[in-house]
Design a protein around this ligand. Structure first.
Ligand SMILES: NC(=O)c1ccc[n+]([C@@H]2O[C@H](COP(=O)([O-])OP(=O)(O)OC[C@H]3O[C@@H](n4cnc5c(N)ncnc54)[C@H](OP(=O)(O)O)[C@@H]3O)[C@@H](O)[C@H]2O)c1
Length: 332
């Protein structure tokens, strides 16, 4: 089968290779992948900025396809089903935090950027009928991360003022759509005006360009401050977010694309009784709830581009340059 692996044998760190087609063992299923999607972690792997990198691994945490073969002890009902894959491996029992042995599909285990994948049968879920394979492939990791951040941690409610930063991001566009569907008043930031315009067509009320100086003043003037902020940029931007979250408000962050904060304004955090909450992926229950939420509200992932798997390098470069609005999808 054709696959995209991480390699240290060339400058791109990616190789389009032929690997043996895998076979399902007891409790596993073989899925013929119809579409897969990138997450920033795939790019971090390529840049050597992800822990426990194993060269030769098929990258990709997101995928959707058709169950083609069953291992022993798997229900016959799964054969031929159109499914998407839960990328959690071993989340564990707790709803708020993952087990110490938790892994994510696509490093160090083989991922979805391939013609076939073998996963445990309990990792597959029926594809929501309103989604194409390409849309379903865009959903798993980003949708789960956004759902856990928005609803487990932020507990976003109707009528609250919510800011989603960097809305062009794969996770952020889900957070925006989920908050809109929950009835919140949703605002966004982006480094590109056209991404803000697109967000408004998905229900965001207004957007602010974080590349403009003092964008936070415009945000405060327009909104009076935010009850909840969902962020993945981190870095020095975090102190700016402290200026625009309301007293008693919450900042949930699931990434640190801009790195650590050099001087965190602790006085502002305790005086204004602000919650700073980290968030990672989500439990298997969150995954089921997220699919139900997406089905109920007929949410369609924003897809930035669709490419054949053989052109994966172009998709990685688009992500590296931050050009995408939403998810980058690859079809074997
Ligand atoms: N903890 C977890 O479970 C988890 C899960 C998924 C992702 N993550 C992390 O979250 C981050 C985003 O992941 P992704 O897959 O959504 O990546 P992505 O699709 O590459 O999106 C990254 C986005 O970051 C935004 N950004 C860049 N500079 C910014 C700034 N100064 N202020 C605000 N936004 C800025 C950009 O938004 P615009 O294009 O709109 O400017 C860009 O589109 C990554 O660091 C990733 O590792 C963590």
């Amino acid at each position: 089968m054709k696959a995209i692996i991480l390699t240290d044998q060339n400058e791109d760190k990616l190789d389009f290779v032929t690997l043996p087609k895998p076979s399902p063992a007891t409790g596993e299923v073989l899925i013929k992948i119809k579409a897969a999607a990138l997450n920033h972690r795939d790019q971090w792997c390529r840049e050597g900025l992800y822990p426990s990198i194993k060269y030769g691994t098929v990258l990709g945490s997101d995928g959707a396809g058709v169950v083609e073969e069953l291992g022993d002890a798997v229900s016959e009902k799964l054969l031929g089903q159109e499914v998407l894959i839960n990328p959690n491996i071993g989340w564990g029992e707790l709803p708020n935090v993952q087990h110490k042995d938790f892994k994510i599909l696509g490093m160090p285990d083989h991922g979805t950027l391939a013609e076939y994948i073998v996963v445990k049968a309990d990792r597959v879920h029926l594809k929501p009928s309103h989604l194409s394979f390409e849309e379903a492939a865009a959903l798993p990791l980003g949708g789960l991360t956004a759902y856990h951040a928005c609803f487990y941690h932020a507990q976003i409610k109707a009528g609250e003022k919510v800011l989603i930063t960097g809305v062009g991001g794969g996770v952020a566009q889900f957070a925006m759509q989920f908050a809109v569907a929950a009835g919140a008043e949703v605002y966004v930031t982006s480094g590109a005006v056209d991404k803000i315009s697109q967000a408004k067509t998905f229900g965001a009320l207004e957007g602010f360009n974080y590349k403009e100086s003092e964008w936070q003043k415009a945000a405060l003037k327009t909104t009076g401050g935010f009850d909840k902020i969902i962020d993945s940029a981190g870095g020095k931007m975090l102190n700016t977010l402290l200026d625009i979250v309301k007293p008693g408000g919450k900042i949930i962050f699931y990434g640190a694309t801009l790195g650590n904060v050099e001087q965190l304004n602790l006085r502002k955090i305790f005086w204004n009784q602000i919650t700073l909450q980290g968030s990672t992926m989500g439990s298997d229950q969150d995954f089921e709830d997220m699919i139900a939420f997406v089905s109920k509200h007929k949410i369609h992932p924003m897809i930035s581009s669709l490419r054949p798997l053989a052109q994966a390098l172009e998709a990685f470069e688009e992500m590296k340059a931050g050009k995408q609005t939403g998810k980058l999808v690859l079809c074997p």
